[in-house]
Design a protein around this ligand. Structure first.
Ligand SMILES: [Zn+2]
Length: 276
């Protein structure tokens, strides 16, 4: 079963081996299926990261914890995404996606990404791999060479997994509020991104995963929209839209078609292309 995920892991190792440019040089354009696999993993991770913010806000109210910096919250949302997406060792598609998410971060040039206060991209990548290793150190024995050897990945994974199970998840079998899904009509040029997102099933998977494991008390939505001219288009967002009383607050995850479009066009080399 390992043979399934070793090729994807090799991609990550290549990214570790040197600057993205060196291995991109002279390459022909990646096969479109390859690019799509990469984008699917990367976009899925980002969408689940926003879901981490939503659950932190709606269930545990962690956003108001005065001991937490914004960087702490971002780190927690990444860990949340990783736990929700944690693939089994015998799930080649899930493994490929999560490794692609890490590979995506590895390709990011921090100097041109304006999504602070997230951790540096390389750090986010190695944190993903650390948790993946920590989830099953036997099956993923090859990973720790890449993660920081002084980090207790197994301990971090187990603590986070327990926290999500005990603090966040609902074990009553009851369903809370359903998540409302909206695909806004794409603006010109964004149709490919819209179609890709729809056919990926990422939004529907996220909706199901959240509704199944967590009890939502508030109106919650995932909206895919063209962001240009409204908000910064190269990102995904979480917002709490305040109402007169907190129980009417609306929790919204926004996925910008533009982010998906850029990744589909440029694949893993996109971030350096944009820098020029
Ligand atoms: Zn975030």
């Amino acid at each position: 079963m390992r043979s399934y995920w070793i090729p994807a892991l090799a991609t990550v190792l290549m990214a570790f081996a040197g600057p993205a440019k060196s291995h991109a040089q002279g390459d022909t354009a990646p096969a479109s299926a390859e690019t799509e696999n990469f984008v699917r993993g990367f976009v899925r991770f980002l969408a689940y990261h926003e879901a981490g913010h939503l659950l932190m806000a709606q269930i545990a109210d962690l956003n108001n914890n005065p001991d937490w910096s914004q960087a702490d919250r971002e780190d927690y949302a990444d860990k949340f995404a990783m736990i929700l997406l944690r693939p089994d060792a015998n799930d080649p598609d899930g493994l490929e996606e999560i490794v692609n998410a890490a590979a995506g971060w590895m390709q990011v040039d921090d100097t041109i990404v304006r999504n602070e206060p997230h951790a540096p991209a390389g750090q986010r990548a190695s944190d993903i791999l650390c948790l993946l290793y920590g989830s099953d150190p036997e099956a993923f024995a090859d990973i720790p060479e890449m993660a920081d050897p002084n980090t207790d990945c197994v301990g971090i994974y187990q603590e986070m997994e327990r926290e999500i199970r005990e603090v966040f998840q609902d074990h009553s079998g009851e369903m809370g509020q359903e998540i409302n899904v909206v695909y806004a009509r794409p603006t010109p040029g964004m149709k490919a991104a819209h179609d890709f997102l729809r056919s990926s099933g990422i939004v529907e998977d996220l909706k199901d995963d959240i509704e199944f494991d967590f009890y939502l008390t508030n109106k919650s939505s995932i909206q895919a929209i063209s962001c240009k001219g409204r908000i910064k288009p190269d990102s995904f967002y979480f917002d709490r839209v305040r109402a007169a009383s907190p129980e009417d607050d609306h929790f919204v995850i926004t996925l910008c078609y533009e982010l998906i479009d850029a990744r589909l066009k440029y694949g893993m080399k996109g971030f350096e292309d944009e820098a020029q």
